[in-house]
Design a protein. Structure first.
Length: 354
């Protein structure tokens, strides 16, 4: 069948017809588009890439997140559920005689592979927190994790290696990024950590909203007024907003992913952030919330680069600024300790299978 060319006369008549019909097909405004979305989760996705924060990959499909993140605590929680016990047992049995740390990485990657069957984007897989102050060891584990994904046919564009945002971790990430292995720097509480990650040109950072909120609430004690410190006044929200605005104004390409949320209000106060990683419990609340009755509004918006890049922080500057931030110092140490404890518990579960 040959398609006949349209003559100039016919083109003009067609154009006039389309113009005459244009009023019948009005363009929808963003607010009208939002109103057609039934849940707050749907509306949030119009501003922000939504990421699921879980190792329970069987929960993921109902929320249709773009990406997913895991950590030692989430994997430990998942492998203790009856649904995932066979996965752990099968992985251990498939590698008899392998060193314990090798089997741990095999388990982490096995979960990652299952998650990637559900999400269309990336999965974050974390390096053992006990290596948070060892650049060389972090590099070795990160490379091995990526090699396991590649052996399973997964490209580097679908994996983020998750590393604690210590000075040593950031320097490891700098090297990995140069090798084409992209990183997610976690346990990030201080502005100095965010600046150093930007200096290292890491792919993504995960500033922790809820743990910052926890510290300030505990420190304030009876003086804390929840209603006054909610939304944009939440100290964790303010920390992420400051980092986001700094990155955009100075042309830093690192993605900002708010993490560790305690309530839906914190999430909605960061609508518009590059990404937000959210637990299944809070995803369920957002999915059940009527977006027509309570529409989600953009809270953060990208500002074109207007300021020159700042000079990179030296190691001494980084350490002093981090030390000067009591909240960040305490929360970083606490987070590493907690992840290390859970990594030890995962080791014990694996040893019990051998």
């Amino acid at each position: 069948m040959q398609i006949q060319p349209v003559s100039g006369c016919k083109q003009r008549r067609l154009g006039l017809y389309l113009v005459s019909q244009a009023s019948k097909w009005p363009l929808r405004s963003h607010s009208e588009t939002l109103n057609s979305m039934t849940s707050q989760l749907d509306q949030l996705k119009s501003y922000t890439t939504v990421v699921a924060d879980t190792g329970d990959f069987k929960q993921l499909a109902q929320f249709t997140p773009q990406d997913a993140t895991t950590n030692p605590s989430l994997i430990l929680k998942a492998v203790q559920k009856p649904d995932y016990a066979p996965l752990l047992a099968d992985t251990v049995a498939a590698h008899p005689g392998a060193a314990l740390d090798e089997i741990v990485d095999q388990v982490l990657v096995r979960f990652g592979l299952e998650i990637l069957k559900v999400v269309p984007g990336r999965v974050s897989t974390e390096v053992d927190a006990r290596l948070s102050f060892d650049t060389t060891a972090t590099l070795a584990r990160a490379r091995r994790i990526m090699a396991l994904y590649e052996a399973a046919g997964i490209g580097r564009d679908r994996v983020l290696i998750k590393i604690a945002a210590t000075w040593e971790g950031i320097q490891a990430a700098r090297v990995l990024e140069q090798e084409g292995i992209h990183c997610n720097l976690t346990l990030l509480f201080a502005f100095a950590q965010a600046r150093a990650c930007g200096d290292a040109q890491v792919q993504l950072i995960s500033p922790f909203v809820g743990r910052i909120y926890d510290w300030h609430k505990k420190t304030a004690g009876a003086a804390w007024v929840e209603a006054d410190m909610a939304g944009a006044n939440d100290p964790g929200v303010q920390s992420v907003a400051r980092i986001y605005e700094h990155y955009k104004q100075h042309g830093v390409r690192t993605e900002v992913m708010g993490a560790s949320f305690r309530n839906v209000g914190q999430i909605l106060a960061l609508a518009g952030c590059d990404l937000l990683t959210i637990s299944p419990d809070l995803l369920a609340i957002l999915q059940a919330a009527d977006g027509n009755a309570q529409p989600v509004a953009r809270a953060l918006s990208a500002t074109a680069s207007t300021q020159p890049a700042q000079p990179a922080l030296s190691e001494a500057e980084f350490r002093f600024q981090l030390n000067d931030d009591a909240m960040a110092t305490e929360k970083l140490a606490e987070g590493i300790r907690a992840f290390a404890v859970d990594a030890g518990k995962l080791d014990a579960l694996i040893l019990a299978q051998r």
